[in-house]
Ligand binder design. Structure first.
Ligand code: ASP
Length: 348
């Protein structure tokens, strides 16, 4: 005679033949991965995701999707990414970017001038050389040798205006004005997603980081920025540093960051987020733990800056967390419409 449990076993065996794989995954407690999916920092992530999604939707690679995301935002005129971004305190726009794929291949460029798409230079470096990181004139030389065009050194009209304002006091303030970020206007005359520059230049960072899981289940990411506005000449933040501004581990997940790069570098921020996910934390919990790690050594100092992390795991679950209120991110998945989500924060 069949016992109750052997009845159940044969039922499951039988039903396994008749129901789709996704349902079986649910039955055994592990939902099928939510893929493809792409996540970017900030509401300007709508521009980035808008270019990444068509690649993912067609079954393309996450690596190609994140490169397209970067190109779109580097083309956009905004304060903090690409040649239209704010200059350093000597008046030069210097760009930082990195890219990483599912096989731990990575490429970075930093302190690079007059090249429109640092992300594609980083990818070229990754794919055609044994190196990972090029900086300054060397990065520019590599770009020129590979067919990238030398662009004008002139500042964009927005950047020129903001720089002129900044020069009136020329105060070196690497610290984000948090109140401005929290109340930043939605439209301010620089296009729908470029309201991040204030007339006094005090809100001056908004790096674009994008992480994606493709239909094949592979992860990739990118990070691109003109860095902190009015920074010291030669200063490089977290954005082009693998493990700080971006980290991808195809077995676990991916993370990227925005905000005051020095604070992210101190803790190898995105590597930390991925390692927290490896230990079993959800993307949001992992981002939160990394934020707490940044704050812990000096909670007073932490009141003066912003850092935000976004993360995605192998299941396509997404999360974020920031030091201050005001950080948001854009998620695009089935249906292709980007959804802007406000991140939870340590200080509320
Ligand atoms: N993380 C960038 C940097 O420190 C700045 C930013 O996110 O705006 O260069």
């Amino acid at each position: 005679m069949l016992t109750k449990s052997s009845n159940r076993r044969s039922f499951l065996r039988f039903s396994a033949l008749a129901i789709p794989f996704t349902q079986i995954n649910k039955l055994i407690g592990k939902p099928a991965p939510n893929k493809p999916i792409v996540v970017s920092t900030w509401d300007s992530g709508q521009i980035a995701n808008g270019s990444a999604w068509p690649v993912l939707e067609k079954g393309g690679k996450a690596l190609d999707a994140v490169e397209q995301a970067a190109i779109a935002i580097e083309n956009d005129i905004n304060c903090c990414v690409g040649l239209g971004g704010n200059p350093d305190r000597d008046g030069y726009v210097t760009l930082d970017a990195c890219i990483m794929d599912e096989k731990a291949n990575c490429g970075s460029v930093a302190f690079m001038e007059r090249i429109k798409h640092p992300i594609s230079v980083a990818r070229k470096l990754m794919e055609t050389t044994p190196h990972v990181f090029l900086a300054g004139v060397g990065a520019q030389q590599f770009a020129l040798a590979n067919g990238f065009k030398l662009e004008s050194a002139e500042l964009s009209p927005d950047a020129a205006r903001t720089y002129k304002e900044w020069l009136k006091k020329a105060e070196y303030k690497p610290v984000i004005n948090i109140e401005h970020q929290q109340s930043r206007p939605k439209e301010k005359g620089h296009g729908p997603f470029a309201p991040n520059r204030f007339d006094d230049g005090s809100f001056n960072h908004d790096t674009m980081g994008t992480i994606a899981l493709d239909a094949n289940g592979d992860l990739s990411g990118m990070c691109t920025t003109s860095g902190m506005g009015f920074k010291m000449r030669g200063r490089v933040g977290d954005s082009p540093i693998i493990g700080a501004g971006l980290f991808v581990d195809n077995e676990v997940g991916a993370a990227t960051s925005s905000g005051q790069g020095e604070e992210v570098i101190r803790v190898c921020g995105t590597h930390l987020v991925v390692e927290f996910m490896r230990s079993g934390l959800s993307p949001e919990e992992a981002c939160k733990k990394a934020v707490e790690r940044i704050i812990k050594p000096n909670p007073e100092r932490a009141k003066t800056f912003q850092v935000g992390f976004i993360a995605i795991n192998k299941q396509g679950e997404v999360g974020a967390y920031s030091v201050q209120k005001g950080f948001n991110y854009t998620v695009t998945e089935k249906g292709g419409k980007g959804k802007v989500i406000n991140a939870k924060s340590f200080f509320v």
